[in-house]
Design a protein around this ligand. Sequence first.
Ligand SMILES: *[C@@H]1O[C@H](CO)[C@@H](O)[C@H](O)[C@H]1NC(C)=O
Ligand SMILES: *[C@@H]1O[C@H](CO)[C@@H](O)[C@H](O)[C@H]1NC(C)=O
Ligand SMILES: *[C@@H]1O[C@H](CO)[C@@H](O)[C@H](O)[C@H]1NC(C)=O
Length: 273
Amino acid sequence: MILAVVVCVLAFSKAAVALDNGLMRTPPMGWLAWERFRCDIDCDNDPKNCISENLFRDMADRLAEDGWKELGYVYVNIDDCWSSMDRDNNGRLQPDPKRFPGGIANLARYLHDRGLKLGIYGDLGTHTCGGYPGTTLDKIQTDAQTFADWGVDMLKLDGCYSNASYQEQGYPLMTKALNATGRPIGYSCSWPAYQGGLPPKVNYTLLGEICNLWRNYGDIQDSWDSVLNIIDWFFDNQDVLQPAAGPGRWNDPDMVSQEHFTLMCESDSIIPD
Ligand SMILES: *[C@@H]1O[C@H](CO)[C@@H](O)[C@H](O)[C@H]1NC(C)=O
Ligand SMILES: *[C@@H]1O[C@H](CO)[C@@H](O)[C@H](O)[C@H]1NC(C)=O
Ligand SMILES: *[C@@H]1O[C@H](CO)[C@@H](O)[C@H](O)[C@H]1NC(C)=O
């Protein structure tokens, strides 16, 4: 099953400054592992579904060979649970050696050869939500450089195991660190989801200046109720959310499946009562 990251364009508003990395002038589209495959790391018993380089290669093949790429679905995004539990001797993140034996740079090459882009996941805090090594403030530059060296095209930076002041410092620092690598890397910030998604805690003007994309609200789950709950929240708060979006800066209602997307964006009448 193909699940796609879809950012519903709530509106194109004029003015407002966007993160100046030239990326995501239109909403990014692609595939993200979490909603379906979660933190399944049991490759011995569940080789088809575990978080491994094989899973991402398979998905890349599907996007490239089944017509998705032509429609714009070019991002193949790794979520949590990809890394080793330990950083390497130089303090750099490294993939789990058993599940990603070829390394992330090889995986990126595989995608690039097919005209696709690779997204990866990090967490601003002591640990990722799944308990893997997080990006503490002192590791921001190292991790940005590691991702750039690997040829990564997009970073989702989650916010588990940190706090409000940490996030206020860390999210803009990562913007600078990514820029300093010289590699254009799309930057997806989970920050507002940790601030309740709305002003006055969330400053959408600032987010538009430092992130290409941001998670406003809770994770989507594998259920219709969850999809409707998210749609309702975006509907209720559209007056705040709409002006925040524009080329290079997007609200992200979280990955939704292609079927969900079709229903959400094309036909109100299909949505069940
Ligand atoms: C870094 O920022 C500068 C100034 O905002 C911009 O011109 C440049 O394209 C950025 N580079 C990358 C790799 O994002
Ligand atoms: C936030 O987290 C940092 C790093 O763990 C810690 O030093 C700081 O005291 C925390 N601040 C609050 C208000 O809890
Ligand atoms: C929001 O961020 C913008 C841009 O950094 C800043 O100019 C503005 O003062 C901030 N607004 C609030 C209410 O803090």
